[in-house]
Write a protein that binds this ligand. Sequence first.
Ligand SMILES: *Cc1c(COP(=O)(O)O)cnc(C)c1O
Length: 421
Amino acid sequence: MDHFLYRDGELFAEDVPVADIAAAVGTPFYLYSTATLTRHYQLFDDALDGMEHMVCYAMKAASNQAILKTLADLGAGMDVVSGGEYARAKAAGVPGERIVFSGVGKTRAEIRAALEGGIRQFNVESEPELLVISEIAASLGKTAPITVRVNPDVDAKTHAKIATGKSENKFGIPIAKARAVYAEAAALPGIDVIGIDVHIGSQLTDLEPYELAYRKVADLTEQLRADGHNIRRLDLGGGLGIPYTRSNEAPPLPSDYGALIKRTVGHLGCEIEIEPGRLIAGNAGILVSRVIYVKEGEGRNFLILDGAMNDLIRPAMYDAHHDIVPVVEPDAGVEQQPYDIVGPVCESGDTFAKNRMMPPLRAGDLVAFRSAGAYGAVMASEYNTRPLVPEVLAKCDQFAVIRQRPDFDEIINRDTIPPWL
Ligand SMILES: *Cc1c(COP(=O)(O)O)cnc(C)c1O
């Protein structure tokens, strides 16, 4: 559930009319709900109640400072995948002890910065990375807390671009090799082996792959303990899916997921970490856009919006579906008609939906893309020199712009002309 609901015939974000924000900010823009972010974080936190745990928000889903601060104030940790994200988390006030560093390609500079600034743990994805972390930590007179990300070779049954737990994917160390790698890690001077990490993919709508993966992690925990390793923390990754359509079967709830965690690894006495991104931010954000033209094509009508693929790339990149709703609530029983809903960018891929049944719309009308809070604004670009899409956060009857729309001069002045021109 979210806090974008019709009230008196128009769409609200919490207690603010979306049309009022559009009038103040201009379109397109992303709009987040504080209450929804809070609710989703709380669902995960409650689901792990009774176990020592930390919910580390996978901030690549939506990484605005205001969103990070909202979650951090509730006690969330952060899962970061780059030096930039690490710096962003620190800038939002998240202490190093609550930041987990994931990713297959951590550079020396990134590792050094995290060791100097404080880190909860590195989730190590390869043997060469292990050696580099040890070397840098030792040179700083520190030991780096690490887990090894194991690849459990399970099929997450999700879109190929976001599946990460099969042996063919670039992520983690094959689980069959794990004992050898842990032995190697334990012998290194700059490394403190604290646990195991696994993350099998994103937008999982079925708990079975988790069940398979977590059972393998439980077995591995016992083997590694028998080998003499003090395994005391399990990072179980993120990836729980969200409903992108109203009609969809509902994906599993965080409470079901929590029960699964307790059932599969609860007996081990480990501290549990999870890294949800999409489920926290996805339905906590919408993209608001305005119809520029309604164009009658041959055999089809186009709704041409002022939002485009550079603002929301998920339909072009993952064939993703977003429900698109008018900001003025249509009258009950109004006859719907099919539209191809597109943006102004010069690519046919700039198509949000084909043959989408919508109530009749006219130029100037506002529409909202639902479930756009995760992997939306963070993937936006300035392709076609369209200004980076702004972000707005609502809370009760207040709203604030949390990322300004740059003007053309700002964009153009980022380029520099070499002296010979
Ligand atoms: C992307 C990612 C996540 C978050 O995935 P969601 O589907 O957004 O929950 C968690 N952990 C790691 C390592 C990731 O790469």
